[in-house]
Design a protein around this ligand. Structure first.
Ligand SMILES: [Zn+2]
Length: 134
């Protein structure tokens, strides 16, 4: 078994793992893109409605869709960034390394969340600070 890069002795991402994460990410990406396209179509349709009463409803609905679409776009950006790290030559073995503390992200976390930019620890910290900021 050839190891692509050795993050830590107990956290090696093998070529096989990498291939699996890449497939997972690409599959997720396709799903997100079709979901965004679908939302776009609904939003376009909303613009054609002239009635004021209906427009009020539409606006609220439209706002929700925008929020959902934004969320999907954020996830898409995370996935693209992860794929960029995997794909050579741009990926300099950065995949699976936390963007904050530069430590290896555990395989366990990558299994659940292959587009994760942060390790478990930093992720928890960032969620906590976000919650505190509200
Ligand atoms: Zn970290």
């Amino acid at each position: 078994m050839r190891y692509l890069f050795n993050i830590r002795k107990n956290n090696m991402i093998t070529q096989q793992n990498l291939e699996k994460f890449k497939n997972k990410l690409e599959e997720e990406k396709r799903g997100l893109i079709s979901e965004i396209e679908r939302l776009k179509k609904i939003a376009d349709f909303g613009d054609d409605i002239d009635s004021l009463d209906e427009e009020a409803d539409e606006t609220e609905e439209y706002g929700n869709q925008l929020a959902v679409a934004q969320d999907l776009k954020n996830r898409l950006a995370d996935i693209d960034s992860a794929l960029l790290k995997i794909n050579p030559p741009s990926g300099k073995g950065e995949y699976g390394i936390c963007e904050k503390c530069k430590k290896g992200i555990s395989l366990e976390l990558l299994e659940v969340d292959p587009e994760s930019r942060l390790c478990k620890n930093c992720k928890r910290l960032s969620i906590n600070s976000k919650a505190a900021g509200k």
